[in-house]
Design a protein around this ligand. Structure first.
Ligand code: ZN
Length: 239
């Protein structure tokens, strides 16, 4: 929508005071129209989580401060950002300049998700954790949402030993060079390895299962990392 609000400085014979009042009225009317249109469009977006307002100059701050938007939309505003343009490039610029807000929103979502996970766990709800159990649940088609920490670093490694033995283990990457032969107790030699995170994610994706990546930016994310860094919300309980 284009503003028809007149410029700040009076033209012609009107007193500045009268002119300011006319300008304020026009601005108010424009804000009201923009808010009405924006609210109508945004209320239809059922999956919309947050709103960021952007624009050049002080107008956007006024628009936000005076709560022109429908209260449901206004409540979702997580920030107001200064940008250069008001066209589609402006939208792009807004996304770029809002990385901090988006990051924060993602962490909030992650916190809530992990809190829900631990509450379920405490109450014996439909959750699993740890590589083995999560993999089992995934293969049984029981996983609703797979949770995987960015710090999850398990690998499946093929080893051999100079004594002739070969073996395969699923272990954290940090333990790979600490493995000893069960036959002769020599240090095992790594022959090749597969990232288990990739395998779990591929499996989930092929089943159409939702995957949530958990960062280590929040205390909840770190708690989850300590709890093996992999887990899931289940559709049903596994026996
Ligand atoms: Zn050996």
């Amino acid at each position: 929508m284009e503003s028809t609000v007149p410029s700040k400085t009076v033209k012609g014979g009107m007193s500045q005071k009268r002119y300011d009042r006319i300008r304020d009225d026009a601005l108010n009317e424009f804000f009201r129209k923009v808010a009405e249109e924006a609210s109508e469009l945004l209320l239809k977006q059922e999956k919309m989580k947050n709103v960021i307002i952007g624009g050049p100059g002080p107008v956007k701050d006024m628009f936000y401060r005076k709560s022109y938007l429908n209260y449901q939309i206004q409540n979702k505003v997580i920030g107001v950002k200064d940008i250069g343009s008001t066209d589609e490039y402006g939208l792009e610029e807004l996304v770029v300049k809002s990385q901090d807000l988006l990051q924060e929103a993602a962490i909030t979502k992650e916190r809530e998700l992990i809190q829900k996970f631990f509450t379920e766990l405490k109450n014996g709800g439909n959750v699993v954790y740890g590589y083995e159990d999560t993999k089992k649940a995934l293969e049984a088609g029981a996983v609703e949402t797979l949770l995987i920490s960015e710090a999850f670093n398990w690998v499946r490694v093929k080893f051999r030993c100079t004594c002739g033995i070969t073996t395969e283990k699923e272990i954290p990457k940090t333990l790979v060079d600490k493995q000893k032969c069960s036959n002769c107790n020599q240090k095992l030699i790594e022959e090749g390895s597969t990232e288990l995170a990739d395998e779990l994610i591929d499996k989930a994706t092929s089943l159409g299962t939702k995957v949530e990546y958990i960062s280590t930016e929040s205390s909840e994310g770190n708690q989850f990392k300590e709890l093996s860094g992999v887990g899931a919300f289940l559709r049903f309980k596994l026996s």
